[in-house]
Write a protein of this length. Structure first.
Length: 148
């Protein structure tokens, strides 16, 4: 038994650096755990100088025209230069970050809301991909009086 424990300890010690090297990169933002360095840079660039506000459940259509796909789990909606809405999906949406598939939003009314579904469609084959679910929309605004 002692020999088995010694082997297990040696294996864990050898594997620790490998596991640590798999730690995700990215910003310390919630939902940013699995971001690549490029995705983290895109997220940081879009939210730079802005502060998060209280989450809202729905985003009116007129505020959701400029979509930025950050990762398979984070979408941004730009509404002018001073306001960006961040949406952390309910779970990961495989292929969303590729930005080549078409997002088809299943919408009820004139707003996109938390809990609404969308799915991806392959642009070349027309094959439907995964169904994904929106989370809360968190507004990020430049602070009052900030001209930059």
């Amino acid at each position: 038994m002692a020999k088995l424990n010694l082997m297990a300890a040696a294996l864990l010690t050898a594997a620790a650096p490998l596991v640590a090297s798999c730690a995700p990169a990215g910003s310390g933002e919630p939902g940013a755990a699995a971001l690549t360095p490029k995705q983290a840079e895109r997220l940081d660039k879009q939210l730079a100088g802005k502060v998060p506000g209280e989450p809202v459940r729905c985003l009116p259509n007129y505020r959701s025209n400029d979509t930025i796909r950050v990762s398979d789990s984070i979408l941004l909606y730009r509404s002018g230069g001073n306001l960006v809405y961040r949406n952390d999906l309910k779970s990961s949406c495989p292929g969303l970050a590729r930005d080549s598939d078409i997002m088809v939003v299943r919408q009820f009314g004139s707003s996109t809301c938390e809990g609404d579904f969308f799915h991806l469609v392959d642009r070349s084959s027309g094959i439907r991909g995964p169904t994904c679910v929106f989370g809360e929309f968190v507004p990020y605004r430049k602070p009052e009086g900030d001209k930059g």
